[in-house]
Design a protein around this ligand. Structure first.
Ligand code: ATP
Ligand code: LTN
Length: 337
């Protein structure tokens, strides 16, 4: 029914990244580097989700700076502001407004089951705020405002996509079809890049151990040094096998940056040992990130341009968001003047 309303229109993609730290190659391979492939065939919205970021305490000046940086990284990774809508979440008030309404259609029990909430609340015991708990509802609002069909994210966000679908279906069933039911797009390779310090844990931009994550903006020698120090096992064979978490992660990273298959990589490094392989991973990663870093540096020198992108993006996003929000307000019974 919802899809029948736009039979010939382009489908919509929505995704977001929090300006909560320096972005890692996990963010790059799991999310950012996949965003460009949709811009020709989909109507794409890519958002800097600053309202999500304040669920963890942020230093205001750093949050502001990182908001510019994530926007600059979007563009540096190949997103063209003329071909998609790039914007900042707090510039479009409809996100917070729809989130409030959807809060009233989301159960305490379902939010209690979210693994990201359990994980983040156990790491931030001094600040288990209500925003951290209702984080997935704001994320549902982000996606549903734009009637998104597809949401490219890393594997850790799958549970949030499931709750988004549940909330949307609940609302549609209670009233009438209002929201498109979105699907997650999780890449086959790179959906869960692991920490270099503990390869049983996800690489995360807020990890305090600097050797756990390679940042998109790390200098070449730093990248190579981090890969050299990556935790592996006591074996020497570069092969993908259960139990070899560290090497499996490095093979995945090498494969993502080179496009080579696991078999090709195993053949390439047969008899060559971990030291040589780690150096090769560091080099392909640094080579791939060099052009992104160069473009990023140019963009960060031109705040006026970044602000013009933010303004145009917010205006385009508001237009669509306002239509969905006004439908929702009518359906729940608010007086529309
Ligand atoms: P934080 O540590 O602040 O929670 P994060 O590193 O998990 O942040 P987000 O801003 O929450 O990053 O995520 C941005 C995107 O990057 C999401 O689509 C998320 O799924 C993806 N992503 C994050 N970490 C990884 C990873 N290790 N591997 C693959 N994708 C990832
Ligand atoms: N929760 C996401 C960031 C995010 C997002 C979104 C991703 C906020 N809103 C909407 C996709 C669609 C995360 O990566 N932690």
């Amino acid at each position: 029914m919802i899809n029948e309303q736009k039979p010939t229109a382009k489908k919509t993609v929505f995704s977001g990244v929090q300006p909560s730290g320096n972005l890692t190659i996990g963010n790059y391979l799991g999310a950012l580097s996949n965003f460009t492939e949709f811009t020709e065939t989909y109507n794409c919205y890519y958002c800097v989700v600053d309202q999500h970021a304040i669920t963890i305490r942020q230093v205001p000046a750093e949050l502001r700076q990182r908001t510019y940086e994530v926007l600059a990284l979007y563009i540096a990774c190949g997103l063209d502001p003329d071909k998609c809508t790039l914007f900042v979440q707090s510039h479009v008030h409809e996100h917070a407004e729809l989130a409030w309404i959807l809060n009233c259609f989301t159960m305490f029990g379902e939010l209690s089951r979210m693994t990201q909430f359990k994980d983040k609340s156990s790491k931030n015991t001094g600040n288990v705020n209500a925003g951290l708990f209702t984080y997935p509802v704001l994320m549902a609002a982000d996606i549903l405002l734009y009637q998104a069909d597809l949401v490219p994210v890393g594997a850790d966000q799958n549970q949030h996509l499931e709750i988004t679908r549940d909330i949307a279906e609940r609302f549609n069933n209670l009233y009438s079809p209002t929201f498109t039911i979105p699907d997650a797009y999780i890449p086959k390779e790179g959906a869960k890049i692991m920490s270099l310090a503990d390869p049983t844990k996800k690489m995360s931009k807020s990890d305090e151990n600097d050797f756990a994550s390679v940042r998109i903006l790390d200098p070449r020698d730093g990248i190579i040094k981090k890969f050299k120090r990556a935790v592996t096992d006591s074996d020497t064979r570069v092969v993908m096998e259960p139990g070899k978490d560290g090497i499996n992660n490095l093979i995945t990273i090498y494969s993502c940056f080179t496009g080579k298959t696991v078999e090709e990589i195993e053949r390439e490094f047969e008899g060559r040992g971990y030291g040589e392989f780690k150096l090769a991973v560091g080099e392909v990663c640094a080579d791939a990130l060099a052009p992104v870093q160069a473009r990023f540096a140019e963009l960060m020198n031109d705040r006026a341009y970044l602000e013009s992108v933010m303004k145009t993006g917010a205006a385009k996003a508001s237009h669509t968001a306002a239509r969905t929000l006004s439908k929702v307000k009518r359906k729940v019974g608010f007086v529309i003047l």
